[in-house]
Structure formats: structure tokens, C-alpha cells
Design a protein around this ligand. Structure first.
Ligand code: DQA
Length: 151
């Protein structure tokens, strides 16, 4: 039962090799290790999961409703623009979450401006490369530390 669940959508397993001019050089493993260490330093546990399968992400979210997760960081990747199923899972569990993107989705192709998540999210961080995850984690820790009851 991690305090913070970090979810990554499709193709993010390729970070480090995938379009480095857009997504940078850090691998997903480096991002996950950094996030776990930062969370632990702040006194929280963090679990990460990447999947290319929508169903696996939906199932992990459904479990998060019952296994003590208090906050979710999610980069839905391409599912951002397509997945009513992931949106519904987040709405169903009602946990606070931050939508994370490495690239500035608003400065890219028009279809990337459409998100099925943003209106449900506590906040959105995009455009800072791998640092987007670090910044989102700072916000998540701040939220948990403050005992904020907004969700
Ligand atoms: C992304 C942006 C999405 O549009 C894209 O499909 C991704 C990554 C990002 O982190 O910038 O796979 O979520």
C-alpha cells in the first residue's frame, strides 16, 4: 500500500531512446528511482507502474481505491487523448491526482490539446521534460504534508 502511485502510459517504457529531442535522455527507470527516493526522503512510500495496456492501468487504479494509496501521479501518455476508461477509473476512486506530461502538449499537434483528465485533476504539470515528474512530486508531497482536504 504505497502512499503515492506513479503511473505511466504507453510507450513511456521507451524513454531514453524515444524522440529524445522531445522527451529527453532520462530512462523511465531513472525517473522512477528518483521519484521513489524523493518520496522516501519526505516520509512517503511510492510505487510506480508503466503499462502499454489500458486495462492494466484501469485495474491498478481500481485497486488504489482500496489499498491505501493517497495520491496519484499519472502520465497517461497517448491515453490522455483517448481514454474514457482511465478517466472513469480516476473519477470512480476519487483520489487526488496530478496529470503529468514531459512535453508541452499545448505546443504540439492540435489533438494533444484534448485531455480526458485535466478537468478532474488537482493540477497539471507539463513541458519540463523529466523534471515534470520531479515538480509533480513536490506538489504531491506538499499536498500530503498539508493534510489538504481538497481533492
Ligand atoms: C506525453 C504527451 C502525449 O501526447 C504523448 O502521447 C506521450 C507523452 C508527454 O509526456 O509529453 O506519449 O504524455
Amino acid at each position: 500500500m504505497p502512499d503515492i502511485l506513479l503511473l505511466h502510459g504507453p510507450n513511456l517504457n521507451l524513454l531514453g531512446q524515444r524522440q529524445p529531442q522531445i522527451y529527453g535522455d532520462d530512462t523511465l527507470e531513472q525517473i522512477n528511482i528518483r521519484a521513489r527516493e524523493r518520496a522516501e526522503k519526505a516520509g512517503y512510500t511510492l510505487e510506480s507502474l508503466q503499462s502499454n495496456a489500458e486495462s492494466e492501468l484501469v485495474e491498478r487504479l481500481q485497486r488504489a481505491g482500496n489499498d491505501g494509496v493517497r495520491f496519484i501521479l499519472i502520465n497517461p501518455a497517448a491515453f490522455t487523448h483517448t481514454s474514457v476508461a482511465l478517466r472513469d477509473a480516476l473519477a470512480a476512486i476519487g483520489l487526488p491526482f496530478i496529470e503529468v506530461h514531459m512535453s508541452n502538449v499545448h505546443a504540439r499537434e492540435p489533438f494533444r490539446r484534448q485531455s480526458f483528465f485535466s478537468d478532474l485533476a488537482l493540477g497539471i504539470i507539463c513541458g519540463f521534460g523529466a523534471r515534470s515528474y520531479d515538480l509533480a512530486l513536490v506538489a504531491a508531497i506538499d499536498h500530503l504534508d498539508s493534510g489538504a482536504n481538497i481533492s
